[in-house]
Design a protein around this ligand. Structure first.
Ligand SMILES: [Fe+2]
Ligand SMILES: [Fe+2]
Length: 289
């Protein structure tokens, strides 16, 4: 079974502020949301105060204002507008739903309620992260390579990091429910002060270069030991690859926006920085150097 990262959903206190930050500071390109036909559409409450979007074909980054009544409005158990989530595309979402059912894990079937031709389901992973699995119904051919659509964007989602209370249990969840496979962490020669013991940090790999989903045990001392202002082991984060990290850093410097320049410390040839968006979501921006 193959898979890809479809989108990352970020909760925003102020959608316009977070959207402006991602566009003007990080340099991401906004896109046009593609809605399903009216008879399939759920109660998604979209307007400029409730949703921002970066990417194409509904892939990429969704920025949303939480809606307290969203589960009730749509008949779900889960509230995907609260606390952000990662959405993983699989070839057969019914198979994932069947696996969840057999494992006694509750899931919400959203149908094609928000994005044209994308069947979405929601569940919690073992660490209570909301995870969306979806199937792109309108695509006949499974995409070749990792996220080929990102070539047109000039940026992309390198990885998504999820906090895992029990890393091995989380690995079991994604491999058994969605057929994702575990890879090996590719560490640089000069590594920062963190553990790559698979009980502390695991990777569900998409091709090479540590792309995919990272599962990490929260490490309270991570920032202090590595000399960072930010602790990327807490609460999860998306990591965006960009073509010119120096320009991103110059814009952050000019705005006086704090960030941690980690240099190349966790992945070979990968320069990483961390910052918070205006809604205090942890973000990583990186570039192969
Ligand atoms: Fe989503
Ligand atoms: Fe990361």
């Amino acid at each position: 079974m193959s898979w890809s990262i479809h989108h990352v959903n970020l909760q925003a206190h102020n959608v316009r502020h977070t959207t402006a930050f991602l566009r003007d500071m990080i340099g991401l390109s906004e896109g046009e949301w593609v809605y399903p036909p009216a008879d399939e559409m759920g109660e998604i409450g979209h307007d400029a105060d409730h949703v921002g979007y970066f990417g194409s074909g509904n892939r990429g980054i969704h920025v949303v204002l939480p809606i307290a009544t969203f589960p009730r409005d749509n008949g779900f158990l889960h509230n995907p507008t609260l606390g952000g989530h990662v959405a993983i595309t699989v070839p057969d979402v019914h198979q994932v739903a069947s696996n969840l059912g057999k494992a006694g894990i509750p899931w919400s079937d959203a149908g094609t309620y928000a994005m044209r031709g994308v069947h979405q389901i929601y569940c919690y992973d073992p660490s209570w992260n909301v995870v969306e699995f979806n199937q792109v119904l309108e695509t006949e051919d499974w995409p070749k390579g990792v996220h080929p659509w990102e070539r047109n964007w000039g940026w992309g989602i390198h990885h998504v990091n999820l906090q895992a209370i029990d890393v091995r249990e989380s690995v079991g969840f994604f491999t058994e429910m969605a057929g994702m496979s575990e890879g090996r962490w590719d560490a640089p020669k000069q590594m920062g002060d963190f553990s790559i013991d698979p009980a502390k940090l695991a990777i569900l790999a998409l091709g090479e270069g540590n792309r995919g989903v990272h599962l990490i045990e929260p490490d309270a001392g991570f920032a202090q030991r590595n000399g960072f202002a930010h602790n990327p082991s807490l609460g999860g984060h998306p990591a965006f690859w960009v073509k010119d990290l120096r320009t991103v850093m110059a814009r952050l410097d000019a705005a006086g926006w704090p960030y941690s320049d980690a240099g190349v410390y966790a992945m070979p040839g990968m320069h990483q920085i961390y910052c918070l968006d205006p809604s205090a979501n942890m973000l990583e921006i990186n570039q192969y150097v």
